[in-house]
Ligand binder design. Structure first.
Ligand SMILES: [Zn+2]
Ligand SMILES: [Zn+2]
Length: 393
């Protein structure tokens, strides 16, 4: 069975590539947000119907498709479908037709890549040695669609043992796939802090408790978590994003509220870092006679790519795309990704699909983001190759 030959069947891809690009443009014109992606879901389901691929809704707007054998350990391929609340400024002929919404993170391209791979795999279904589960999820940009889909059984029946996701990468040239094994993306942990002092006349600070001075000390001290308590070769980010407090120039502020994010790469250190932050904030506030109240809203876990599986995927992709088109990313990203919930449960990895080429501009999450659509073919081939060739390692 010469499947490496099959995967580079130019005649088949010559039909799929323009078809997938057309799908991507249709999705691009009508971005939907968060978990509310009914139109995109309906489009995906109608295409799966056309392709004769069995599918079902797993959560309200999440879709599971199945290709190949019905039993045995499965490989899952994941695409996300949601856009961002950004006003598009690209002036592309297929730019967003919905004001204030844009596919600025490339999830339209991910959905098209997965449909392209699905069409290819359906054509070669009898060659598949293991079931291939297709996962189309909403809500990646928040509040998260992966966890509810896991809780609704996407990893069961057939049991998933390996998983791969695609994400566009505006730092890599088109045609290239980047891989990162081990810790790859961070856990974002949102915090809300209230520092409470006691108001009074600005001329008599001794008669009150200045919440602003206490807040300033808290902000400064928090940075020592990164500089003095964290292994200096492992990234950790503490960012205060907002600070609000006070009334006027001659009044002691009785309260300051602050919000921010703590980005952590190490799953095993996550809780202890958050505990230390809370203790430090509280102790420093006390040192200034104020009180601190902290509320955490923990986000996705860190994404840790399985080392052995990622190396196996790299060897498959090198044969399919050529060794120079598969690169190892040296640094993890402090961004977040809810595929991390899947990577906590099965051997998983992320394919960073390069999108820089003629016509491309800006980076993801910007209003002017344009990707080179050649990336859609690369992503589709990569997903299909991994599903077909990366057996149960
Ligand atoms: Zn994004
Ligand atoms: Zn994204």
């Amino acid at each position: 069975m010469n499947t490496y030959h099959d995967i580079s069947d130019d005649a088949v891809w010559g039909v799929i590539d323009p078809w997938a690009i057309e799908i991507r443009r249709r999705i691009h014109r009508f971005p939907e947000l968060g978990l509310d992606t009914p139109q995109t879901q309906a489009l995906v389901e109608s295409i799966l119907d056309d392709l004769g691929i069995e599918h079902q809704q797993v959560i309200e707007h999440g879709v599971k498709g199945l290709i190949g054998p019905k039993d045995g350990p499965a490989i899952l391929l994941r695409a996300d479908m949601d856009g961002l609340p950004i006003q598009e400024t690209t002036n592309l002929p297929f730019q967003s037709e919905i004001g204030g919404r844009m596919h600025a993170c490339g999830h339209d391209a991910h959905t098209a890549m997965l449909l392209g791979a699905a069409r290819f795999l359906k054509q070669y279904e009898e060659r598949l040695e293991r079931p291939v589960v297709l996962m189309f999820q909403p809500g990646e940009e928040g509040p998260g669609g992966a966890l509810p889909m896991i809780e609704s059984g996407i990893l069961a029946d057939p049991p998933v043992t390996h998983a791969v996701m695609v994400h566009v990468d505006s730092d890599q040239p088109v045609g290239v796939i980047g891989l990162k094994s081990g810790p790859a993306m961070a856990s974002p942990n949102e915090f809300h802090i209230i520092i409470r002092g006691q108001g009074g006349h600005g001329a008599h600070p001794d008669k009150g408790v200045d919440a602003i001075v206490a807040a300033a000390a808290v902000i400064q001290a928090s940075q020592t978590l990164v500089s003095r308590e964290q292994d200096p070769v492992i990234p950790l980010v503490v960012t205060f994003g907002t600070i609000v407090g006070g009334y006027r120039e001659n009044v002691l502020a009785d309260q300051v509220t602050m919000t921010g994010t703590i980005r952590i790469l190490q799953p095993e250190r996550r809780q202890s870092i958050l505990d230390r932050f809370a203790q430090l904030v509280s102790d420093v506030a006390h040192a200034y006679r104020a009180e601190a109240f902290i509320d955490f809203r923990p986000g996705y876990p860190p994404l840790v790519a399985d080392v052995a599986f990622t190396h196996h995927v790299a060897s498959v992709l090198e044969r399919v795309l050529g060794p120079k088109n598969v690169v190892w990313l040296t640094n993890p990203s402090m961004g977040a990704e809810d595929f991390a919930y899947i990577a906590e449960r099965v051997a998983a990895t992320n394919l960073h699909v390069g999108v820089v080429g003629p016509g491309s501009q800006s980076g993801i999450h910007s209003a002017g983001f344009i990707l080179n659509e050649g990336a859609i073919g690369t992503g589709a081939r990569a997903l299909a190759a991994v599903a077909m060739l990366a057996g149960s390692t």
